[in-house]
Ligand binder design. Structure first.
Ligand code: ADP
Ligand code: MG
Length: 632
């Protein structure tokens, strides 16, 4: 054994250590994850080298990681029989920062703790995290293939210096003994260590061994404490649906089996595995945007984080599962995930995979797809609004109620709708309302019903935003039946009936309506939409419309000032019988306007005045100072 030499840490390492100790990790327990990950890497590397040089394994071919502890001495020990390090390698890996990227990083430190701790997570500095819990760390290592006298011991209290000496008789691989700080003695405990392993490293494929326990007492024999093989890393063909279901249950605490299992093992440039589940039922907190579960991110079987932001778009927040990347460093920070090309690619590919599976279910298992849509349709519609890149794909997956479907269930796809379009029809027509009933009975549908043109009935709150951002599907524009002017050619309507009012008289009537209702409406015009009702309200092409205005108000938001257009049905007996010069005309105009508002679900500003007028008309009484012309 040689005399121990004292070395100074490189100044960058000192800086780094200070940061690690004071601000790198909020969860000190992750030191174990880092050491296990290094040990696992060391074993993987030895296994690889031994493929061509079997003698490197010496007599010890069973690669494993051992975690031990001593409550009296307050120590935790992590041991592996992996590739080990030479003296030079220890010097280079632990004590200096050799990797240029890391050096650059240290030079770019700002001194601002919060900024630097965000930055630092992006770099592989796992070993140093041991100083979050230890005030003295002893690392002993012997490189595979090196002689029995070529062991090396490194020791430091993390403050400026370390010592290095050569030792005899060290076993192959690396042993790290951590003397715990006073406030970290809790880690010298079998239960605590097992639970950390369970949380972060259960899927390490090597055995992780710990002393057996008898209650709280440590025994002499060792046992394997990790489950070992990650389900997702096994060959797809060798996994049963039952195994997937059990895995899903542990992951989600959902007692129902998943509706779909999507397992993808990707090789090549970007190497990763994804395993996603679509639940059969919506979780109770689906609409609580704060309460997201997200997808678990692993790096080479090591658990990194529950990620609810980067791996899955918000509208797929019901998808559960894991992503295991072979290309990311273990110390991944939020910022890192945000700007990482690999993560972006994995996310885009995952979304495509999920769409693909949903399309397949829609085609092969329509009953299941309907169940899916009933549970998650509203959230999927958020995607049409939020995800421009995938808007058309999402629109294809969407289902709606329509004038052709039964009840309020959303069963009609846009493709089906288009296949049923009339010869001259160029647009996809819809009506929005605050309930299915209001949509179904909307007066705006009358002309469409007459000509047998299908109209989508939209009554989910998100629908208003959906039609706002989805301007067309499959090159067919989406058009509200309650907005703008209708093209008579398009809806197959011919000239107005021969016995309707002459044009001159209509003009006069419209003018008179306009002057009575000047406060409430923007315009009054003859309608092409109505066959049964005397009047309806419409909006200009690019205006909010009544339904959206009401939704915004209910949300407590300022809706821009909006005045509807009143459309009158010149063929309706009431309209035909109206005399603009008669005394009671004003009451008729107001009642017709209020009725049009009521029929689209609005609340009247002066309901009592409306009731009074209607009652007067019903009882045949002449409203004060007026002589009414009985219509018809
Ligand atoms: P990273 O693992 O990201 O490289 P670490 O700080 O965790 O960063 O480790 C630094 C280096 O130290 C590793 O790359 C490896 O070369 C070496 N090392 C650490 N632990 C071990 C070990 N148990 N066996 C062999 N080499 C190790
Ligand atoms: Mg590491």
């Amino acid at each position: 054994m040689s005399q121990a030499e004292t070395h100074e840490f490189q100044s960058e390492v000192n800086q780094l250590l200070k940061l690690v100790i004071h601000s790198l990790y909020s969860h000190k327990e992750i030191f174990l994850r880092e050491l296990i990950s290094n040990a696992s890497d060391a074993c993987d590397r030895l296994r690889f080298l031994s493929l061509t040089e079997e003698s490197l394994l010496e007599d010890d071919g069973e690669l494993a990681i051992t975690i031990d502890y001593d409550q009296d001495k307050s120590t935790v020990t992590v041991r592996d029989n992996g590739v080990g390090m030479t003296r030079d390698e220890v010097l280079e890996n632990i004590g200096t920062i050799a990797r240029s990227g890391t050096r650059e990083f240290v030079h770019s430190l700002t001194g601002d703790q919060s900024k630097d701790s965000n930055l630092i997570g992006q770099f592989g500095v796992g070993f140093y995290s041991v100083f979050m819990v230890g005030d003295r760390v002893t690392l002993t290592s012997r490189k595979a293939g090196a002689g029995p006298g070529e062991g090396v011991r490194w020791e430091s209290d993390g403050d400026g210096q370390f010592t290095l000496e050569t030792v005899d008789g060290a076993p192959r691989g690396t042993e790290i003994v951590i003397s715990l700080k006073d406030d970290c003695k809790e880690y010298a405990d079998g239960h605590r260590l097992r639970s950390i392993i369970n949380k972060y490293s259960d899927h390490i494929s090597l055995p992780i061994r710990m002393p057996e326990m008898d209650g709280d007492k440590k025994k002499h024999d060792f046992e394997t404490v990790n489950k070992g093989s990650a389900l997702w890393a096994r060959k797809k063909s060798e996994i049963t649906q039952g195994e997937y279901n059990t895995f899903y249950k542990n992951l989600s605490y959902d007692s129902d089996p998943p509706l779909a299992t999507i397992h993808n093992q990707v090789e090549g440039n970007l190497e990763y595995i994804s395993l996603f589940f679509i639940p059969s039922r919506a979780p109770f907190d689906l609409y609580n945007r704060e309460n997201r579960h997200g997808v678990k991110l692993y790096v080479r079987r090591v658990f990194i984080a529950d990620d609810a932001e980067h791996l899955m778009p918000n509208y797929l927040r019901f998808v559960r599962g894991i992503v295991d990347s072979a290309d990311l460093p273990l110390n991944v920070s939020r910022e890192f995930l945000q700007h990482n090309k690999a993560i972006d690619k994995i996310r885009a590919a995952s979304v495509k995979k999920i769409f693909g599976e949903l399309k397949r279910i829609a085609r092969d298992e329509p009953h299941n797809y309907q169940k899916f849509w009933n549970e998650f349709g509203q959230v999927m519609k958020e995607g049409i609004v939020e995800d421009h890149d995938n808007q058309q794909a999402l629109a294809q997956l969407a289902r709606f109620a329509s004038t052709r479907s039964e009840g309020s269930e959303q069963t009609v796809s846009l493709d089906e709708y288009i296949a049923r379009m009339k010869e001259k029809q160029s647009a996809i027509y819809y009506v929005t309302a605050d309930s299915h009933g209001a949509a179904k009975d909307s007066p705006h549908l009358e002309i469409f019903r007459k000509h047998d043109i299908e109209v989508l009935l939209l009554s989910d709150p998100v629908d208003e935003w959906l039609v706002n951002s989805l301007s067309e599907y499959s090159e067919k524009p989406l058009k509200s039946v309650a907005k703008g002017e209708l093209d008579p050619e398009e809806i197959g309507d011919k000239e107005a009936d021969a016995d309707s009012k002459p044009a001159e008289e209509i003009k006069l009537l419209l003018e008179k309506f306009k002057s009575v209702l000047a406060e409430q409406v923007k315009d009054v015009r003859a309608s092409r939409r109505l066959t049964d009702s005397p009047a309806c309200l419409v909006a200009d092409e690019h205006e909010l419309g009544g339904n959206l205005e009401r939704i915004l108000k209910a949300m407590g938001q300022d809706a821009p000032a909006y005045k509807p257009i009143l459309e009158l049905n010149p063929d309706h007996p009431i309209i035909k019988g109206l005399d603009p010069e008669a005394d009671g005309f004003e009451d008729w105009a107001r009642v017709l306007f209020d009725q049009a508002a009521l029929s689209e679900g609005a609340h009247l500003r002066e309901p009592a005045a409306y009731v009074k007028r209607v009652n007067a008309l019903l009882s045949g009484k002449q409203p004060e100072r007026s002589r009414i012309i009985t219509p018809g």
